[in-house]
Design a protein around this ligand. Structure first.
Ligand code: S3P
Length: 429
């Protein structure tokens, strides 16, 4: 599906964004492994999270949906059943990698596959440490690519230094660690999102953690919980940047997740001079949430790199858009991981923003963006990547004339209702 986007004179409104994708995946998975029924409020019903729901159902876990809640009837650590078909994770790297961890612990065989993008993404980062724990895993190219076959069971604990900061790999190893007697210990080169650790604690597992280090005691008894899923800051980020770059705008987003391991975007936007205010902070079941308000701002270019990168990895495409509207040069470094996301996001965003008239150079591990050039509408490719499509849509709001973006339906992967919300915020005067 193609979408036409025209420039806008202002964006105004008080809104909510759909639930956090990372927390929704984890709540379903831990709910399945717990004893009792886990109630999840405002769980994200997007393409990726529906994949996790379906895979978990195929493992013999009943899941019921009622209005804004879902109920996962946990089977306990040892209650999953061997699936009688290939588990299809679609586009969802999080489903794939987290389930690899769970399935490595099971005394049965599972097969996992996904769409074309998923089958290009690196899997050796989970396969190698899971093999060290004792799982047998086979797949294409020495099990570095899906489809994967996992013959699990009899795991032993592991102490592992992650070569790249990846919350998905860390989470896979913690989930496998549930099935290993003793302490599984993970060190990360820089801090990545910690939702798995927080939720494991809430479900009753013994977890010890410090910055860049976490360990978990295997074979716990997990107890069902009530989980409240806050709005996804990674989805909110598109609308925050929209509100900053479009003149005459003011947008308030309520009940957004503000976990500090995700808030790199807020730190960077503040440093760029954004008129952005966070208020009504509260903690719910270990996760912080609050409201964010932005107003049109005059932004300044910035250098983004080093330790902050994992704290804003999914927001870099839309930060590149903010940089186009900022004075001076923005340089993004240490972001080579963007090449192995749903698309090669460095290449994809560079192509799209260049087509719109932006001055963007692709670097081996990032982007250099010269801000302040006037943009004009153009045809842009979405690369079947939800975050590329949404980032380009935001840039198009500030471009003169019409922009066409293909693969517009992919926003459903993480942000159902994105196009409707964007229309609702428009105010022409
Ligand atoms: C995620 C972790 C990140 C992120 C992805 C979601 C998660 O991936 O990019 O969108 O839920 O754990 P990596 O672990 O590959 O960095």
């Amino acid at each position: 599906m193609q979408k036409k986007i025209t420039s806008v004179q202002g964006l105004r409104g008080v809104i909510h964004v759909p639930g956090d994708k990372s927390i929704s995946h984890r709540a379903i998975i831990l709910g399945a492994l717990a004893e009792g029924t886990t109630e999840i409020e405002d769980s994200l019903a997007s393409g990726d999270c529906l994949r996790t729901r379906r895979c978990i159902s195929s493992l013999g876990v009943p899941i019921k949906t009622a209005k804004d809640k879902i109920y996962v009837e946990g089977q306990g650590l040892w209650g999953l059943q061997e699936p009688n078909k290939i588990l299809n994770v679609g586009n969802s790297g999080t489903t794939m990698r987290l389930l690899c961890g769970v399935l490595a612990g099971q005394p049965f065989t599972s097969f996992l596959s996904g769409d074309a993008s998923l089958c290009r993404r690196p899997m050796e980062r989970v396969v190698l440490p899971l093999r060290k724990m004792g799982a047998q895993i086979m797949g294409r190219q020495g099990a570095s690519l899906a489809p994967l076959a996992i013959m699990g069971g009899n795991l032993k604990p592991l102490t592992y230094q992650l070569p790249v900061a990846s919350a998905q790999v860390k989470s896979a190893l913690l989930l496998a660690g549930l099935y290993a007697p003793g302490w599984t210990e993970i060190l990360e080169p820089s801090v990545s999102r910690n939702h798995t650790e927080l939720m494991l604690e809430a479900f009753g597992a013994q977890v010890e953690r410090e910055e860049g280090w976490v360990r978990l005691k295997g074979l716990p008894k997990l107890q069902a919980q009530q989980i409240f899923v806050p709005g996804d800051l990674s989805s909110a980020a598109f609308l925050l940047v929209a509100g900053l770059i479009v003149p005459h705008s003011r947008i308030t987003i309520k009940s957004v997740g503000l976990n500090p391991t995700r808030c790199g975007i807020i730190d960077i936007l503040h440093a760029m001079g954004a008129n952005l205010r966070v208020f009504d902070r509260e903690e719910k079941a270990g996760e912080v949430q609050g409201a964010i308000e932005v107003e049109s701002s005059s932004l300044q270019g910035i250098s983004i790199g080093g330790e902050i990168i994992p704290r804003l990895i999914d927001e870099l495409p839309v930060l590149a858009v903010a940089a186009l509207f900022a004075r001076g040069v923005t340089e993004i470094r240490d972001a080579g991981e963007l090449k192995v996301k749903e698309s090669n996001r460095l290449m994809a965003i560079c192509e799209g923003l260049t087509r719109l008239g932006g001055c963007v150079e692709e670097l081996p591990d990032g982007l250099r963006i010269q801000g302040g050039r006037p943009l004009r509408g153009a045809f842009c490719r979405g690369f079947s990547d939800h975050r590329i499509v949404m980032a380009l849509a935001i840039a198009a709001l500030g471009a003169e004339g019409e922009t066409m973006i293909n693969n517009a339906e992919t926003v459903e992967i993480s942000f159902p209702g994105f196009w409707r919300l964007l229309d609702e915020l428009r105010c022409e005067k």
